[in-house]
Design a protein around this ligand. Structure first.
Ligand code: BF8
Ligand code: SF4
Length: 622
C-alpha cells in the first residue's frame, strides 16, 4: 500500500503505520502537503537577494519576465542561488572542523574537561606535514602548535591551505590556472556572500568558479581538518563489528540516541554512558543498563570508532521517537529536524539540544562546552536516565530489524587491510578484478523512495565489480541491508568477490561521516600519486543518490573540482539556467576534468558511473 511505497526499509513501514494510527505526522506527510513544490524554486529562478524583489523568471520565453528588476537573467539568479548553497554547506562542514581545532587547542593547553590526544602517530604525521618540530617535545606541545596551525587555516587571507597540497601536483596546477586554489576557508565563503549581493558578480561562470573555490576549501580544508583532528583526539577508526537499524533500541535499557554531527559531544556522551554511578542509577530504575545508539553522522562517528550501533539515517530520526523507547534524543548541529520538538511531546522522549548554535522549539537546552565536557555529558545522560521512569511501556514498539555490519575503514585501515600499501588494490584495478572505485554518499530525501536510491545504486555497482566506499546516510542505508558484511561479497561480481574474500572485507566500505569524504579524497590522491596521474584520470566516480542538504551541494562541487565525475539522484535547482546547467554537466570537464550528471534511476545512475570508469580505464590503457 501507500506506506510500502515510501521506503524499502521494513522498520519505516512499521513506524509509519503506528504514526498513522496515532495521527502523528512525519516528514513524508509534510512532504505530501507541500506538493506541488514551487516550480520557480525547483528551477532555481527565484531571487530574494534584494528588496526590489522577490523576483522570479518565467520559464516560458514568450510570457512573463525574463529578467529580475535589477536585470539579472535566469542564469545569473541560478548561479547565485547555487553558490549560496555551497556557501551554506561549506560553512557547516568547516565550522564543524573549527570546533575540532578549538577542542584540540583546549586539550593541548590542558583546559579541556575530559579530552585527550589518542592518536599520537597521526599527531606526529600532521605535525610533520605542517613543518612542526616534534623532537624532544611533549605531545601537548606539538598539539598546541598543530591546533594553532589548523585554526589559522580558517582565517587565512592568502593560501595555500596545507591539506590542498595532498592533491596531485597536476590538480593543484589546474586549480591555480583556473584561479580556484582557495586562500582561506572563511574567506572563500564570505566572498560568495559578497559576490552574490545585488550588483556585484553577474557573470554566471565567474560565480560558479567561486563556488568551486569555496567547495575545495571545504573538502580539502574544513572537512579534512574535521576528520584529521577528530582522529587525533578520538582515534583513527579501525575495522570493528556493529549493528544498524531501529532494532538496536532495547526495551529493557535506557535508550539514548545521539543525533547530529560533531564527535566533540558524542564522544563525551559515550564516556558518560559508562559512568558507574549513572549505570547504577539506570539499574535502580529497573533498566538493565544504558544503551547508546547513533543517528545520522554523529552515529557514523560513534559507529566507526567504537562500534556503537546505528539507529538509522536522516529519514528515521522521527521514527526512532515513534518507537516510544527513546528516553533522550541528544542533538548538537546539522540535519536535526525541528519537527522533533512537537513529536517528542507525543511521547516521553526528552529532546535535548546542546549547542548555542542550534536551538529547537520543544527542546530542553543543556549547553555543552569543551572545558567541562565530561561533567556536562554526565548531567545530560543523567537527565536521560531519569526520564526512563517516565517511559510508557504500552506505547513502546521496537521493530526487530537490524543488520550486522563491519565498519571502520579509514584510509589508514584500508591500507593496513591491504598489507601496508595501496599496491594490491591498484593491482586489482589494473588486472580488471576491480573495475573502479565509487564513492557513494549523501542524504535521504522524501522525493525518492527511502534508501532505494542508495541501495539500488550500490548493489548495481558491486555486481559490476566496482568497490564502493561510503559515508553519511548512504553508509547507514547500506549497513542496514547487510552490504557491509564480508558475506555480502556474494552479491558482488566475481572479480570484486575474489578480492573481498581474500582480504576478508565487505564490498562496501564504511569510511565515516560526511566530513570524512575527505578520507575518500585522500585515498584518491594517494592512488593518483602512486600511478603518477591526476585524480581525473582514475577509474573512480561519485554519487549522491538521495541528496538534499546544502552540505551535499558543497560536497558535489568539491568532488567534481577534484576531478571526479559525480551522479546526482535528485535534481538540483539549476535547470532554469541553461548556461549554468551546461557548465555543470559539460563545461566543467574543461575546467576541472570532471562534471555532474543527473539521473534519478539508481540502476541507470550506476550505469553512467560504470561507463565513466570503462572510459578512464581505456584511456589509462588498462
Ligand atoms: O552530514 S548525509 S542527511 S546526516 S547532510 Fe545530513 Fe545528508 Fe545525512 Fe550527515 Ni551528510
Ligand atoms: Fe530581483 Fe535583482 Fe533584487 Fe534578485 S537582486 S531580488 S533579481 S532585483
Amino acid at each position: 500500500d501507500k506506506i510500502l511505497q515510501k521506503s524499502i526499509d521494513p522498520t519505516v513501514h512499521q513506524m509509519l503505520d503506528r504514526a498513522e494510527q496515532a495521527g502523528i505526522e512525519t516528514v513524508w506527510d509534510r512532504y505530501e502537503k507541500m506538493l506541488p513544490e514551487c516550480g520557480f524554486g525547483e528551477l532555481g529562478v527565484c531571487c530574494r537577494n534584494c528588496n526590489m524583489g522577490p523576483c522570479r523568471i518565467s520559464p516560458f520565453e514568450d510570457e512573463g519576465p525574463q529578467k529580475g528588476i535589477c536585470g539579472a537573467t535566469a542564469d545569473i539568479i541560478v548561479a547565485r542561488n547555487l553558490i549560496r548553497m555551497i556557501a551554506g554547506g561549506a560553512a557547516a562542514h568547516s565550522d564543524h572542523g573549527r570546533d575540532l581545532a578549538h577542542t584540540l587547542l583546549l586539550t593541548a593547553e590542558g583546559k579541556s574537561g575530559g579530552y585527550e590526544i589518542k592518536d599520537e602517530a597521526k599527531l606526529a604525521a600532521l605535525a610533520k606535514e605542517y613543518g612542526i618540530t616534534a623532537d624532544g617535545r611533549t605531545k601537548e606541545e606539538i598539539a598546541l602548535d598543530l591546533a594553532k596551525a589548523v585554526y589559522a587555516e580558517f582565517g587565512k587571507q592568502e593560501g595555500p591551505l596545507q591539506f590542498t597540497r595532498r592533491a596531485p601536483q597536476k590538480r593543484v596546477d589546474q586549480w591555480q590556472k583556473m584561479g580556484i586554489d582557495p586562500r582561506g576557508i572563511d574567506r572563500e565563503i564570505v566572498e560568495i556572500m559578497h559576490r552574490t549581493h545585488i550588483g556585484v558578480d553577474n557573470d554566471p561562470v565567474n560565480l560558479i568558479l567561486q563556488g568551486l573555490k569555496a567547495s575545495i576549501a571545504d573538502g580539502w580544508g574544513g572537512s579534512m581538518v574535521a576528520t584529521e583532528i577528530s582522529d587525533v583526539l578520538f582515534g583513527t577508526p579501525e575495522p570493528v563489528r556493529s549493528e544498524a537499524n531501529l532494532g538496536v533500541l532495547k526495551a529493557d535499557h535506557v535508550n539514548i540516541v545521539a543525533h547530529g554531527h560533531e564527535p566533540v559531544l558524542s564522544e563525551m556522551i559515550l564516556a558518560a554512558c559508562s559512568d558507574p554511578a549513572l549505570v547504577a542509577k539506570a539499574k535502580g530504575l529497573g533498566a538493565k543498563g544504558i544503551n547508546l545508539v547513533g543517528m545520522c553522522c554523529t552515529g557514523n562517528e560513534l559507529n566507526m570508532r567504537h562500534g556503537i550501533p546505528l539507529a538509522g539515517n536522516f529519514m528515521q530520526q522521527e521514527l526512532a521517537v515513534i518507537t516510544g523507547a527513546v528516553d533522550a534524543m541528544i542533538v548538537d548541529v546539522q540535519c536535526i529536524m525541528p519537527a522533533l520538538g512537537d513529536l517528542c511531546e507525543c511521547f516521553h522522549t526528552q529532546f535535548i539540544s546542546t549547542s548555542y548554535k542550534a536551538k529547537f522549539p520543544g527542546a530542553v537546552h543543556m549547553q555543552f562546552n569543551e572545558e567541562n565536557a565530561l561533567s556536562i555529558a554526565k548531567e545530560i545522560v543523567g537527565s536521560a536516565v531519569d526520564n526512563y521512569a517516565n517511559r510508557v511501556p504500552e506505547k513502546v514498539f521496537i521493530p526487530e530489524e537490524k543488520s550486522d555490519c563491519m565498519v571502520g575503514f579509514s584510509a589508514e585501515a584500508i591500507i593496513k587491510a591491504l598489507g601496508g600499501t595501496l599496491d594490491p588494490l591498484l593491482d586489482a584495478i589494473k588486472s580488471g578484478a576491480i573495475k573502479g572505485i565509487a564513492g557513494v554518499v549523501g542524504c535521504n530525501n522524501p522525493k525518492i523512495k527511502h534508501d532505494l536510491g542508495h541501495v539500488g545504486l550500490v548493489k548495481e555497482l558491486i555486481k559490476n565489480n566496482v568497490l564502493v566506499v561510503t559515508t553519511g546516510c548512504n553508509a547507514i542505508a547500506t549497513a542496514k541491508v547487510g552490504l557491509m558484511l564480508p558475506e555480502a561479497a556474494d552479491q558482488a561480481g566475481d572479480g570484486l568477490k575474489g578480492v573481498c574474500q581474500s582480504l576478508g572485507i565487505p564490498p562496501v566500505l564504511h569510511m565515516g561521516s560526511c566530513v570524512d569524504i575527505s578520507r575518500i579524497l585522500n585515498v584518491c590522491a594517494a592512488a593518483a600519486n602512486a600511478l603518477g596521474v591526476d585524480i581525473s584520470d582514475l577509474p573512480v566516480a561519485g554519487a549522491a543518490p538521495e541528496w538534499m542538504s546544502e552540505k551535499a551541494v558543497s560536497i558535489g562541487a568539491y568532488v567534481v573540482s577534484s576531478g571526479i565525475f559525480t551522479v546526482l539522484g535528485t535534481v538540483p535547482p539549476v535547470l532554469g539556467g541553461p548556461l549554468v546547467t551546461e557548465v555543470l554537466t559539460q563545461g566543467a570537464n574543461d575546467v576541472v576534468g570532471a562534471a555532474f550528471a543527473v539521473e534519478t534511476d539508481p540502476v541507470k545512475g550506476a550505469g553512467l558511473m560504470i561507463a565513466h570508469m570503462d572510459a578512464k580505464r581505456k584511456a589509462l590503457g588498462i
